[in-house]
Design a protein around this ligand. Structure first.
Ligand SMILES: CC(=O)N[C@H](C=O)[C@@H](O)[C@H](O)[C@H](O)COP(=O)(O)O
Length: 225
């Protein structure tokens, strides 16, 4: 499975996602976001759910990293089962992103088994979203073609303000596959830092596609009077 054809080194991937409570929470705005990202030079799109993936597939030929957020956000919720990946590939995703942490999966399946079924039955490569070096090594061992730092800072304790550059560095030093930097990358300096740490590609979400988050951070920067 040749992933470098889907995601070239040095790619910026734009994550076009909007959850419930966000006025952009529907497929059409996500398709517009994807078009804007492509016009700006994005090399791929990351998107959640079959409806959003299908709407984005209809407007761009860029590779789509698809996922399916399901269940408890405190547990394994990014494409937690094989079944949750099926509709995402049918909707047009070229790769599947899934939770690659060491936490138990809701259906009790082994990560290797889920990845093997995605390869054999759906015919697409897998990007494992991990939270630690240990999880990244295990996910690669389990068959993931790419490993991303997506879940670092979300599985225990407080979420830091910036990207986990150190985890990018550790994964890039140990893994024989592309390491994708993802999570809280907001500025050109963040992008440079993760690239210098060895990132093969960089995913940016909220800093581009979530005006509520951008607004709140700027509002928060106004000095109190
Ligand atoms: C932790 C989690 O659920 N991450 C999700 C994964 O798909 C998305 O909500 C993030 O927006 C995405 O990872 C990009 O990160 P950021 O929006 O920080 O640039």
């Amino acid at each position: 499975m040749i992933t470098s054809d889907l995601l070239r080194p040095g790619s910026l991937v734009v994550s076009c996602q909007a959850g419930p409570g966000n006025p952009f929470h529907s497929p059409e705005p996500m398709a517009l976001m994807a078009r804007a990202a492509e016009a700006g030079g994005a090399a791929a799109i990351r998107a959640n759910g079959a409806a959003d993936v299908a709407a984005i597939r209809a407007v761009t030929r860029l590779p789509i990293i698809g996922l399916n957020k399901l269940g408890d956000p405190g547990g394994v919720f990014i494409t937690p089962t094989f079944e949750s990946a099926v509709g995402i590939v049918e909707a047009g995703a070229d790769l599947i992103a899934l939770d690659g942490t060491l936490r138990p999966r809701p259906d009790g399946a082994e990560l290797a088994n889920q990845i093997d079924r995605i390869h054999r039955e759906l015919g697409v490569p897998v990007l494992a979203d991990v939270d630690s070096l240990e999880a990244g090594l295990a996910a690669r061992e389990a068959g993931a073609e790419l490993v991303a730092t997506t879940l670092s800072g979300y599985t225990n304790g407080r979420t830091p303000g910036g990207p986990d550059v150190e985890l990018v560095r550790q994964l890039a030093a140990k893994l024989d596959c592309p390491v994708v930097a993802e999570g809280r990358i907001r500025t050109p300096e963040d992008v440079r830092a993760v690239c210098e740490a060895g990132a093969y590609a960089v995913v940016v979400g909220y800093a581009i596609t979530n005006p509520m988050d951008i607004t709140a951070r700027l509002v928060g920067a106004i000095p109190r009077r």
